[in-house]
Design a protein around this ligand. Structure first.
Ligand code: 1PR
Length: 451
């Protein structure tokens, strides 16, 4: 990574705008990439940023330009993340932004409209609650998608990963249509939407064109980041045609995904890396992050809690659990699984998280099979363990059942985002109530009163 910085610093730009591009410094605990909704401070009158006041906009990057006297006259806004960096520049009719207006909801759309037509009227309501001041904690809606027994792609939801009804027919639980639900969650104020193709490990995703179509249709109306996961790996089809994981990911990106999420394949890559100590550059994780950047690659971890009597009983990192195990065990480790929890692997969540960060992951989606669908809250022990182990953002997932679970995870761990599925699908708790609750507890979130 140091080499990369040196390389970038050593390369001259066109010299039109004075400044140096450098990587955020993660050595003092700052999470890099900078992913999420942050506040801007406008420093110059410019119509295109008229509606931004008090709102968050969406950033996803690891490199930035610092403001200096030499580039001061270009700067139209700055953002603070660790230090102040340049978030937009304006000169005459030249505008450039570091954030993503196309992913910044109504505020972003207004920026794009004003860029095309400076006289267009403002449609964004001034934020009535929760004025933006820093990086917000994100609330993510997750849609586990798979084909039901009739072959239609549906949003489903498991209990500890079992997505079949308990009836005699054991049909796949059907909680709605993916595109409709994603659109609804966008309107409700979700900061991101994730699709997980949960049978991707056994089906080839490029053969699963409806999934690509879901992404295309969703990205027409949903202007927050979309993540898609499931089946990202090298594959040879029935005709002997080989597809690299990079091709699979590229197809997802072309169809509207902003980030891809790798599950099983990242576990194999981490195991191999820990065994050999060698980065081959050939794993899906390394290849996709090299081409699209770390910030576009999420690793989804599916661990299960394994209780032990003593940390010496196992070679993996253990924690002292907050409630003892069934036989009074005081310790546990979190065993990673592949293929949707079907196969346990000889690697812990702690070891996996550290390895995938080194291999190029930009973010971790941290599920927990024990908590999935239970509604008793996130596994705080696990999330603390992993979010303290890495410097990339961690998304807490599995177990949300009430608004208090969201404040608990942000107060007790270093998670950057919290993801939920069941409570949103079953309409038990609206996203707006989660955000209202977080704001009342002094936790900054993106206000969702603009819709
Ligand atoms: O291994 O690269 O093909 O990726 C497969 C992906 O599909 C992984 O991200 C894996 O987590 C996911 N997956 C596989 N099987 C299941 C299943 O449920 N049977 N879903 C599955 C994982 C977990 C979360 C869920 C949260 C929140 N689902 O995504 O949404 O636990 O749920 P809750 O709020 O209702 O508790 P690969």
């Amino acid at each position: 990574m140091i080499l990369r910085i040196t390389f970038i610093c050593a390369v001259k730009g066109l010299g039109l705008i004075p400044g140096v591009v450098g990587r955020f410094d993660s050595s003092n605990g700052l999470r890099v990439p900078h992913i999420g909704w942050n506040a801007l401070q406008t420093t110059k009158e410019t119509e295109i940023l008229d509606d931004v006041g008090g709102h968050h906009v969406y950033f996803v990057h690891s490199y930035r330009v610092m403001p200096t006297d030499a580039n001061n006259e270009w700067i139209s806004s700055i953002c603070n993340y660790g230090d102040s960096f340049v978030s937009s520049i304006t000169r005459g009719n030249v505008h450039a932004v570091q954030f993503h207006p196309e992913k910044s909801g109504d505020v972003g759309i207004s920026i794009l409209k004003k860029f095309l037509d400076p006289s267009s009227s403002s449609k964004t309501k001034k934020s009535a609650i929760g004025k933006a001041s820093r990086l917000a904690k994100r609330v993510i809606a997750c849609l586990d998608v798979r084909a039901n027994d009739k072959g239609d792609l549906v949003v489903t939801k498991g209990d500890q990963y079992d997505v079949r009804e308990q009836s005699n027919e054991k049909e796949v639980r059907n909680l709605g249509k993916p595109v409709d639900l994603a659109g609804q969650y966008y309107k409700d104020g979700a900061d991101e939407v994730s699709f997980l193709n949960i049978t991707g490990f056994r089906d080839f995703p490029l053969g699963d064109l409806p999934m690509l179509q879901i992404l295309r249709y969703t990205s027409e109306n949903v202007f927050v980041p979309l993540t898609v996961g499931g089946g990202i790996r090298d594959f040879t089809d029935g005709n002997g045609r080989y597809y690299s994981s990079l091709e699979v990911a590229s197809e997802y990106f072309r169809s509207g995904a902003d980030k891809i999420s790798i599950g099983s394949d990242a576990v194999y890559a981490a195991e191999e890396y820990l065994r050999t100590g060698v980065k081959t550059g050939k794993t899906s994780l390394e290849q996709i992050s090299r081409v699209y950047g770390n910030q576009a690659v999420v690793v989804s971890i599916d661990p299960r809690r394994v209780y032990v009597r003593s940390p010496d009983d196992v070679e993996f990192k253990t924690i002292k659990v907050s409630s003892p195990g069934p036989s009074g065990e005081e310790y546990a480790w979190y065993q990673c699984t592949v293929n949707g929890g079907r196969e346990a692997r000889p690697i812990g969540a702690f070891e996996l998280a550290k390895a995938v960060e080194e291999l190029g992951a930009g973010e971790i989606l941290l599920n927990c099979i024990d908590c999935d669908g239970q509604g008793h809250g996130f596994d705080i022990d696990l999330i603390k363990l992993v979010s303290d182990a890495v410097t990339i953002p961690v998304i807490a997932s599995s177990g949300a059942g009430a608004v208090e679970h969201f404040s608990e995870v942000f107060e007790k761990t270093n998670a950057s985002a919290a993801l939920a599925a069941g409570i949103f699908h079953r309409k038990e708790v609206p996203i707006s109530s989660v955000k209202q609750h977080l704001l009342q507890n002094g936790i900054e979130v993106r206000a969702c009163d603009g819709h």
